[in-house]
Design a protein around this ligand. Structure first.
Ligand code: PEP
Length: 248
């Protein structure tokens, strides 16, 4: 059985003060302990949020990282630095990073391997553009992104990765893929991993859906057979909404 995982991607939102207010509000309410709740926060919030969630079952994640341990990479943050803060997850290859910061399948692969080396679980994002979907290429695109992202990862570590299927046209747009369409692609992802690495591994990997997930559609999404959770942007910025998602 795969534990459902609901991860909030705060993106470039929340100063330290705002972050602490939000986390305190989340902590105040009862949470479904059968669901793994993850907060993927800006680098500047990590340390303080870590202290605030200490002693709870809330997990902490970053939104990006470099693949090298250290070096002349001005402005970057390394897996070694993140490891010291003792974070659990890191989002890798979010479509906004692919679109605005030249993230490629190759850098996603390097980052995923580097995260696993330090025991940080990568949440690897994949998904097609509207144009690619309209020309019927979504499976081809997603297959390439998934297989490239996990290429060369030691098989025993594959179970630690989380994949987030996020059709780009559904992110921050209010448009959600139908839960059936999302499940169809997510089953396909499980199938291609199964074909390459075996069913034993593919059945252990958690695959989330992301794209305008909100309290009004979480139940429908989580009712699908292959969807193991959600990566949530906008609706993770308010405690009330995020709690409704965790407690779906
Ligand atoms: C995301 O940031 O990964 C995302 C899915 O955003 P939103 O929920 O706002 O569409």
């Amino acid at each position: 059985m795969r534990t459902p995982i609901i991860a909030g991607n705060w993106k470039m939102n929340k100063t330290v003060k705002e972050a602490l207010e939000l986390v305190k509000d989340i902590k105040k309410q009862e949470r479904n302990s059968n669901v793994e709740a993850v907060l993927c926060v800006p680098f500047t919030d990590l340390m303080e949020v870590k202290k605030e969630i200490d002693g709870t079952d809330i997990k902490l994640g970053a939104q990006n990282m470099h693949w090298e341990d250290s070096g002349a990479y001005t402005g970057e943050i390394s897996p070694l630095m993140l490891k010291e803060i003792d974070i659990d997850y890191v989002i890798i290859g979010h479509s906004e990073r692919r679109q605005y910061f030249n993230e490629t399948d190759e850098t996603v692969n390097k980052k995923a391997k580097a995260a696993l080396k330090y025991g940080i679980n990568p949440i690897i994002c994949v998904g097609e553009t509207l144009e690619e979907r309209e020309s019927g290429k979504e499976k081809e695109i997603v297959e390439r992104q998934v297989l490239k992202a996990i290429e060369g990862i030691e098989e025993k570590l594959l179970k630690n990765i989380v994949i987030a299927y996020e059709p780009i046209w559904a992110i921050g747009t209010g448009k959600t893929a139908s839960s059936k369409d999302a499940n169809d692609i997510i089953s396909f992802i499980r199938e291609i991993i199964g074909n390459k690495y075996g069913k034993d591994i593919s059945e252990k990997i958690r695959i989330q859906y992301g794209g305008s997930v909100k309290p009004a559609n979480i139940n429908e999404i989580m009712n699908e057979s292959d969807i193991d959770g959600a990566l949530v942007g906008g609706a993770s910025l308010k405690a009330k909404d995020f709690l409704k998602l965790i407690n779906f």
